[in-house]
Unconditional design. Sequence first.
Length: 65
Amino acid sequence: MSEAKTAKEMVLEVLKREKRPLTPKEIQKLTNLNYNTVRGRLQDLKKAGLAVRTDQGWVYKERKA
């Protein structure tokens, strides 16, 4: 049984890996997800406190321990 990643996990993984601000279009190209799906998952990650939108793009927000 394969463990397929959710769109949200894929977007979060790309933000963590790239370590730079990314636009939704860049994330879409890196994940091969639908553009609107990427935008929706970014909003989900923002609500969860895992991503932040900056002037340059979206970045992973590390949680404080």
